[in-house]
Design a protein around this ligand. Structure first.
Ligand code: C5P
Length: 220
């Protein structure tokens, strides 16, 4: 049992990769496991926060302090987030949101055609949920993630300003043990007017604990 230092703090965490439907049985998705977001939710709840978890994955949740909202698509995630955002103090945007969705969703399963080898899917740009919600920011402390394969700090800083968020947790996904579908990550914490802080490689659970301790000490 952890000291309830986050009692009274209302937190939203988004987790998992969005699933953008092509037809009733198929979707466009990505490799996100949702582990980073689930760890953020579990640790915050353990420290006494009330957590709303908006997620595409269902995983082990260790607290009655977590209300879970299941979504599939980016548009559903955005709508759910907009409803709860005003009542919350912190947003952790850990979801891997698909930048595109199929323009048309077939109502029936798409059939293959005996005479056709080539098929085309037209994609439409999804909203940038983080950028849009940050425009409605009032008291909320908003945290985004950045996964990069080069120029980690400059690219992450650009995101901090373009998306108007308070913090970016950045990681180089080309490094061993970092990024999608592993239990560990090497995070660089980036804030405005502060030197970037790189944490050693550690488990996503330990990163979540370190992040919430940082929040308790420097932000709350
Ligand atoms: O632009 P990029 O995808 O690298 O930004 C990553 C951050 O932005 C993550 O926090 C992610 O959850 C969020 N994002 C979003 N909506 C999108 C794309 C990314 O909220 N369409």
């Amino acid at each position: 049992f952890t000291k309830p230092v986050l009692a009274g703090v209302n937190v939203i965490v988004t987790a998992g990769g969005t699933k953008e439907a092509l037809d009733p049985v198929r979707f466009i998705g990505n490799n996100s496991s949702g582990k980073m977001g689930i760890a953020m939710a579990n640790v915050a709840a353990d420290m006494g926060a009330h957590v709303t978890l908006i997620s595409t994955v269902h995983d082990y949740l260790n607290s009655p302090n977590i209300d879970e909202i299941q979504v599939n698509t980016a548009v559903e995630m955005k709508e759910s987030l907009e409803k709860v955002f005003p009542k919350n103090d912190v947003l952790i945007m850990a979801a891997a949101v698909s930048d595109f969705r199929p323009m048309h969703k077939s109502t029936q399963k798409i059939k293959k055609d005996a005479d056709k080898d080539l098929y085309t899917i037209q994609l439409q740009k999804n909203p940038d949920i983080l950028k849009e919600i940050s425009k409605k920011k009032d008291k909320q402390f908003v945290v985004g993630f950045a996964a990069e394969t080069e120029n980690l700090i400059p690219y992450a800083k650009k995101k901090l300003y373009e998306k108007n968020v308070d913090m970016i947790l950045a990681n180089d996904v080309s490094k061993a043990g970092s990024g999608f579908n592993v239990d560990t990550n090497e995070i660089t914490l980036i804030r405005r007017d502060k030197e970037p802080e790189t944490w050693p490689l550690m488990s996503k659970n330990d990163i979540a604990a370190k992040f919430w301790e940082y929040y308790d000490e420097h932000i709350k």
